[in-house]
Design a binder for this molecule. Sequence first.
Ligand SMILES: NC(=O)C1=CN([C@@H]2O[C@H](COP(=O)(O)OP(=O)(O)OC[C@H]3O[C@@H](n4cnc5c(N)ncnc54)[C@H](OP(=O)(O)O)[C@@H]3O)[C@@H](O)[C@H]2O)C=CC1
Ligand SMILES: O=C1OC[C@@H](O)[C@H](O)[C@H]1O
Length: 395
Amino acid sequence: MASVIGFFDRLRKAFNPPPAEPSAEGTRVLKFGILGAANIAPVALIAPAKNHPETVVYAVAARDKARAEAYARKHGIEKVHRTYQELLDDPNVDVIYNPLPNGLHYEWTTKALAAGKHVLLEKPSASTAEETRKMFDLAEKKGLVLMEAFHYRFHPAIQRVKAIIDSGELGAIKHISAVLALPKGIIRSDDIRYKYELGGGALMDMGCYTINFIQYLSSSNPVSVLSATHALHVPPSAPKDFKPTVDRGTTASLALPNNATASLKADLSMPFRFGLIPPMPQVRGTVTCEGGEIELFNFVMPTLYHSLKVTPKQGKARVEKVYSFADAKMEGKGEAWWTTYRFQLEAFVDRLKGRTPQTWVDKEDSIANMECIEQIYEKTGLGSRPKSDFVPPQY
Ligand SMILES: NC(=O)C1=CN([C@@H]2O[C@H](COP(=O)(O)OP(=O)(O)OC[C@H]3O[C@@H](n4cnc5c(N)ncnc54)[C@H](OP(=O)(O)O)[C@@H]3O)[C@@H](O)[C@H]2O)C=CC1
Ligand SMILES: O=C1OC[C@@H](O)[C@H](O)[C@H]1O
């Protein structure tokens, strides 16, 4: 019963967080601006920012003015800009949140950095590793903070999994498996995720999480792609001669250092069983070590519900629930209802304020992630997503 009440309490506060306590006198509140009236922004930034005493979502820009105005009204955003560039040129904006389609990440992150803004950048960071490297090089050159928003990493549940692995309790890692797959019908056929020219594809959209999960928990980057398969996206209205370029789903098997291996599965639209029964969403990661196994069910939205099962070869299996750092007796801020995005915002602001964030997604993680995506696409034969035709001037 307590766990059911806990679930509803977390759910209520996660999506409708209590407003932050007024910040102490003299606190400089960071003003965020959002590029595009994006679907993800209310959950990933707007709600968390309302609960953070040092942040405000101050401005939004959208290609359509009326759309931007309606979005601003709905979410209590003070300022509307008519173009993305106008937002970047706003001297009141400190930080840009970039939730544009993947294929536009490079251009608009580069322009935001050039305008002197810090950037919280949605995943996957770009269309190619070269673009990712260039963005981070520019951020370094300008002394600005840029981070790819792998929000799940900031949650105490994943931090606890990392701590168990790093403690050596289960010995060396032999295999990591990560799966993120949705049934058909959730993502519409005309979604940006299916648009090749916008950097679409299941591997880009969901596969990037699975790769990050493998990188983070193994504290290494994949050495090579051993094998890979894909299922292609064919829109319902496709003409007979349609040539698919976007993966609806991808699987891959990877070699890790020290003879360890990893496997991943990403799927935007798993077919119904027998054409009738929708499969359950799959969101799980498993780490098999010499001395046992850890399974984390729901590593992407652990606030709602998760299960962290540790099965040592010697001894008894245990299930842990880690909704807060206190649950795991770890150092760290936050409440049980904090979403992954709220934890992420805490860390991002800590870095901007010169404090030490609980964890981070660094430049090398982001570059290696895109490298792995490109290598898998090469293996399946689809090839990298088209690189941006934006050519930055010398900043
Ligand atoms: N961290 C997370 O949990 C999640 C991250 N994401 C990531 O966030 C990004 C955006 O995803 P999502 O919010 O679902 O996307 P949306 O479909 O809502 O698109 C985001 C914005 O892109 C803008 N846009 C600019 N050019 C185009 C174009 N040519 N076609 C379509 N849209 C365009 C639109 O802005 P305008 O309003 O100006 O028209 C739109 O509001 C992706 O990179 C995705 O991977 C997505 C979901 C979850
Ligand atoms: O968290 C997520 O789940 C659904 C995906 O399509 C989305 O882009 C991703 O970030």
